[in-house]
Unconditional design. Structure first.
Length: 761
């Protein structure tokens, strides 16, 4: 037994001497076996099967490491050293790491004379940034920063994959590759030898991991292995790069306004806080154009500037869009939006996205407090259609708003305050100055039978000064007016929700609602001295049935003694289906001539309003609102939205009907106003998705004129590496007498590389 013990001790001593000798060349700490503890080195991303446990060996003092500035570590099934050749060998499930780099292989040899580590068999090199390199064979030195690799493959961020016949590493940041291939597509599991959906093949390539860019020489883009086009030089950011300077994918297309055109954007990373995109565009009919977008992030805010200048059909044109927002402290911030363009034709010709009928510019200061908000701003507007005259557009210099809602007081109610002032200036039209103050107090209580009570006290007040009062939108007989108005209101509302358990039929709720409002009799606003800036667009629905003032603003105030009643019901089925509806009507002591005829609020009884929502299952959803004439029950307003079908085939429809068009009510004086044509439009759409495929189509038709307004059709394919989009759009209405327009757009996106597109307008 003693002899056996002495033999075991001699074997352990030999193993320790061998480990010390290997460390003398590699440096650092050695551990043989699965139980590994170390400092200054992360755990490897991939761990091989554990080897049998073996004793640990101490670190000899003064041992030179592979890279002298960092210790080295390893784990292997077996280790040996040849004194004659100076070569140390690790065999079986080898894990070797130094600093933040980890090397795994079936076999690793280290030549003490040359300082080169050679790895073979399932070689895996994990980089500090997470990039993983695979190879059949690798020779590495200088802390695994330099070396050559045979049969190299790299797994990058965003599913990027890079492969080459051979690669040379320089300083751990440059990978020079021959016969390189790049793609983000997954290979077919059943046929891995088949080419992916797309890939880039190049005679040579360089991956710069420090500057995060991949450059190709003599590159060919292939789709399913078929060459599509060739480029002598191609570069794109490394998938791990958040930002990288360089050319973006060109935009090539044809437009009836620009002719054949091309735009080549250049993205410029100025520094860590700012960047710019510079896009020159050249067309055969119009142009050239130079578009510049600049962005910068500050410690206290952000700034974006987008500007362009061009030759638009022989005339100089352009636009300027800027946006900034900056924090002053934890409560206050200020910002601005400046948006100007030379004309709507320029915006249309050069396909500026987000084109609208008008542009808004503003500068503002706003603050946020506990239940409070304040804002001071100034605004100007620019019309972009022939139907909007610049002289009629207002300047708001300035406008102030303040709102506050308190915590519950001793009586359980909440106090609310809304205050503000504005100065609206027009060259052609009324200029108005207004100061307003609104006070409110609301208290809710629940009775012994579950009845819910709401008591409200409210006061709206405002003072005005108006000039050119005889012009739009007021058309008064006087040129100037100075006036004020106030409306105190008291309201009490009660609702009694009653619930019934219908067993297997689900739960039913029936809720009668009643409200009474008392206020002084309001003005009829005929030949009034009170301007109207915020109460022009009025639409009475169930959403405003219980409002204390059914006008959208306070320039028109609803007064008098009135009551509102409604019946709300809901049915919740065990299957998850729901049915919810409401029908209601309002009554007043005497007619209110301040409301326009046809609004449903003119008589002692209002029109009947209702809404209905029905969702029988996850595949059908219907929501609609209606308003019926209280005498004839004829439909005066309807708004409905419906969707149906599973995710792979979804149908949707929308419908709107109104007896008047509110956008035309104030274009002329009341004496010249005529009944406007009803709005009557329907929209139909469908979308389908099956695997990576998406199809969609829509059509919008004006039933009043029996003409199409717009139609569109599109298709999309998307997988892990590729996107293909094609869309067709046709507008039948006329903007600036262009008699409608058509557009077809398709785009091909190679993920992590860029987008190729064509546009025809």
């Amino acid at each position: 037994m003693r002899a056996s013990l002495r033999a075991r001790q001699r074997r352990l001593a030999r193993q320790r001497r061998l480990a010390r000798l290997f460390l003398a060349m590699l440096g650092g700490a050695v551990v043989i076996g699965p139980a590994i503890t170390w400092a200054q080195a992360p755990a490897p991303a991939v761990r091989p099967a554990a080897a049998p446990a073996a004793p640990r060996t101490a670190i000899p003092p003064g041992a030179p490491p592979l890279a002298r500035d960092q210790p080295a570590f390893y784990q292997a099934d077996r280790a040996s050293y040849d004194r004659a050749t100076g070569i140390a060998t690790l065999d079986g499930h080898v894990e070797f790491w130094q600093g933040d780099r980890i090397l795994m292989a079936d076999r690793v040899t280290f030549d003490r004379t040359t300082g080169v580590a050679a790895a073979s068999g399932h070689v895996v090199l994990v980089e500090p940034g997470g990039q993983t390199l695979f190879a059949n064979y690798a020779e590495l030195s200088q802390g695994m920063k330099d070396g050559v690799m045979e049969g190299m493959r790299a797994l990058l961020a965003e599913n990027g994959k890079l492969a080459a016949n051979g690669a040379r590493r320089v300083d751990g940041t440059i990978n020079e590759m021959s016969r390189a291939v790049y793609s983000t597509c997954n290979l077919c599991a059943q046929h891995p030898d088949e080419p992916p959906l797309w890939q880039i093949r190049a005679r040579s390539a360089v991956q710069d991991t420090e500057h995060k860019v991949i450059e190709y020489r003599d590159a060919v883009v292939e789709i399913y292995g078929i060459p599509v086009f060739w480029l002598p030089y191609l570069t794109h950011p490394d998938p791990s790069a958040k930002r990288a300077s360089g050319l973006l994918v060109p935009d090539i297309g044809y437009s009836k306004h620009l002719g054949a055109f091309t735009a080549v954007p250049y993205y410029w990373v100025i520094d860590g806080q700012s960047d710019a995109t510079i896009t020159p565009l050249v067309g055969t009919r119009s142009g050239p154009q130079l578009d510049v977008q600049y962005r910068r992030r500050f410690n206290d805010g952000t700034l974006t500037v987008n500007t362009a200048i061009a030759n638009d059909a022989g005339h100089a044109g352009g636009y300027l869009f800027t946006k900034g927002q900056f924090a002053l402290d934890d409560t206050w911030r200020w910002g601005f939006d400046i948006n100007r363009a030379s004309s709507i034709n320029y915006m249309r010709d050069f396909r500026v996205s987000g084109t609208q009928d008008f542009l808004t510019s503003q500068i503002y200061l706003e603050g946020f407090g506990q239940g409070a908000y304040a804002r001071l701003d100034a605004r100007s507007y620019q019309g972009l259609t022939t139907s909007i005259r610049a002289e009629k557009l207002p300047y708001v210099l300035p406008r102030y708003e303040y709102s506050f809602v308190s915590q519950p007081d001793v009586a359980g109610g909440r106090v609310s305050v809304e205050a503000g002032a504005f100065n609206v200036l027009r060259y052609d039209g009324t200029s108005t100055q207004r100061v307003r103050l609104s006070l409110g107090w609301d208290r809710q209580a629940i009775g012994r039978f579950g009845d819910v009570w709401q008591a409200s006290l409210h006061l709206d007040s405002a003072a005005y000064a108006a000039h050119q009062f005889n012009e739009q939108p007021n058309y008064s007989t006087a040129d100037s007016a100075y006036s004020s108005q106030a409306m105190p209101t008291v309201a009490v509302a009660v609702r009694l929700p009653m619930q019934r358990d219908a067993g297997g039929w689900g739960t039913q709720i029936l809720e009668p609602i009643a409200q009474i409002i008392a206020a002084p009799r309001g003005s009829n606003y005929v030949n009034t001295n009170i301007p109207n800036e915020d109460s022009l667009d009025l639409e009475f629905t169930d959403a405003t049935l219980f409002a204390l003032n059914r006008y959208p603003g306070i320039d028109r105030l609803e007064g008098g003694l009135r009551a509102n009643v409604a019946l709300h019901g809901a049915w919740y089925f065990p299957s998850g289906a729901t049915l919810d509806g409401l029908v209601g009507q309002g009554y007043r002591a005497r007619p209110d001539n301040a409301f326009p005829v046809g609004s449903g609020l003119h008589d002692t009884a209002t029109d009947i309003v209702s809404h209905l929502s029905f969702s029988p299952n996850a595949y059908i959803d219907l929501t609609s609102r209606q308003r019926f004439d209280h005498r004839s029950l004829n439909l005066r307003f309807a708004d409905a939205v419906a969707t149906a079908g599973p995710s792979w085939l979804r149908l949707d429809a929308g419908y709107i009907y109104s007896t008047t068009d509110p956008y035309l009510l104030y274009d002329n004086p009341p004496s010249q106003q005529v009944a406007t044509a009803p709005r009557n439009e329907i929209t139909l759409g469908a979308s389908t998705g099956w695997g990576p495929w998406r199809l969609h189509g829509s059509v919008r038709r004006n039933l009043q004129t029996d003409k199409l307004v717009a139609a569109g059709l599109g298709a999309r394919y998307e997988d892990e590496c590729f996107i293909f989009d094609v869309n067709f759009y046709r507008r039948y209405t006329s903007i600036n007498n262009d008699h409608g327009s058509s557009a077809i757009v398709f785009a091909i996106t190679l993920k992590t590389v860029g987008e190729l597109g064509f546009h025809a307008l």
